[in-house]
Design a binder for this molecule. Structure first.
Ligand code: NAD
Length: 282
């Protein structure tokens, strides 16, 4: 049976360390790290995510603020808020919670966040730096958390076959780049990929980020592989599930992240880590 990768325990440890660091920094610096989160509209999943982010930011002692804007917010209004936060010296990290309401195009706004305050690492300057293997000001949180988990569990990346299912800008593409920059041989699969299981069966590290519950089955996994399950799907029974069919895949894999309690908590821990790193830059 696979080692269960305990993302919650790793995340708790990271948050504890940061809390300690913030209380020490308070003695030498005149202000705490500041995180500002912008939430536009009423998306219920987003509201839960934002609440969790705020809770963890407060826990470690950051100055956190959440800007809740109505669904009807105009492009100019949102741009004005981003501009105000860009200029605010008390703000180190700006996070624009996605998805936005349909009338607002994310790239119109993500491009306007100061790259040195771009705590999600989605600004083209930061994604370009990731592509060029130059240090971005911030690396996207979920991919960064995945690499941290692999490292923490001593799962070798260099020279290994890594297969990433999913090519989103938030998870699939940036995690592929991080793995490539760490010398893995990376294959990116997606909804148009043919013979997916032939590809996944060659993976020493299999990362799935599709949002289709249970689509990664035991017969798609190489014996002993590390399976990182990014998917979060709420079933009709109210329970959260991942992309992997956990109960059968765990008997084949060498290591696996559970859902919940795997990648999810690490994403928030990396948001907090990124905020602190951006604070230290200034
Ligand atoms: P997305 O919808 O933007 O991308 C999904 C990707 O999966 C696409 O690239 C698509 O080509 C691919 N795909 C879809 N069906 C496929 C199939 N049958 N075979 C192969 N590829 C297929 O999603 P996203 O934003 O990357 O999120 C993916 C999942 O990860 C969602 O469940 C989301 O909730 C979750 N997520 C979790 C965290 C976390 O912190 N754990 C963070 C971000 C996203």
């Amino acid at each position: 049976m696979a080692t269960i990768i305990d993302g919650k325990a790793s995340a708790d440890k990271i948050l504890e360390n940061i809390k300690q660091k913030v209380s020490e920094l308070e003695k030498s610096r005149d202000r705490k790290p500041g995180l500002s989160v912008i939430l536009v509209g009423e998306d219920s999943a987003s509201s839960v995510y934002v609440k969790n982010k705020e809770k963890k930011a407060n826990y470690v002692g950051f100055n956190s603020s959440v800007y809740k804007l109505p669904e009807t917010t105009t492009k100019d209004e949102l741009l004005a808020l981003i501009e105000k936060l860009n200029k605010d010296d008390a703000v180190d990290g700006i996070l624009l919670q996605l998805p936005l309401p349909k009338h607002l195009n994310p790239s119109d706004f993500l491009d306007k966040i100061d790259p040195k305050k771009d705590v999600d690492g989605f600004h083209p300057v930061n994604s370009g730096r990731l592509l060029n293997n130059e240090k971005p000001y911030a690396v996207p949180c979920t991919p960064k958390g995945i690499i941290r988990l692999l490292e923490e569990y001593n799962i070798q990346i260099e020279g290994k076959n890594a297969v990433v299912i999913g090519r989103s800008n938030i998870v699939g593409k940036p995690v592929s780049m991080l793995l490539l920059n760490k010398n893995a041989t990376v294959t990116v699969a997606h909804s148009k990929t043919k013979n997916l299981s032939e590809i996944t069966k060659k993976a020493d590290i299999l990362i799935s980020a599709t949002g289709h519950a249970g689509m990664v089955t035991a017969d798609m996994v190489k014996k002993g592989a590390a399976v990182i399950d990014v998917g979060i799907i709420r079933g009709n029974d109210g329970k959260l599930r991942g992309d992997a069919d956990f109960d059968t895949v765990k008997d084949i894999a060498g290591a696996i992240t559970p859902v919940p309690g795997g990648v999810g908590p690490m994403t928030i821990a990396m948001l907090i880590t990124n905020t602190l790193e951006l604070y230290m830059l200034r």
